[in-house]
Design a protein. Sequence first.
Length: 150
Amino acid sequence: MRIALFKPEIAGNVGAVLRLGACLGVAVDLIEPMGFVWDDRRVRRAAMDYIDHVAIARHAGFDAFRETTGSRRLVLFTTKASQSVYDFAFAPDDILLFGKESAGVPVTVADACQARVRIPMRPQVRSMNLASSAALALGEALRQTQTLPG
């Protein structure tokens, strides 16, 4: 299983997701361009020394990312999906894709995904924080596939 972040905009969110990946043994793909300059100081503030314990792959764009993922299933997390993350059947080699904080992913990227799921939320709010969403989603996916560490 992997986490992929499409054009992330906030260094702190990326750092938190890297720490999540390190703790749960999941690689993280960063699809550029990012909304900040890659600089260990800013990302490390959230990732701390955990950044040394996660496999990170940076990709020049979505097409470059897809070239490296082969036929692995892309599962897009979006508020526009009708299927709940808790009613979806994950597979151990899924890639959990999250869009950029301000706009999600464009239609072309959404159309390239084999599945779209959402995290249930109250209707009065728009969306969760990227790192919080990734944590909830990854926890459920690893639980279902019986691949939680420890």
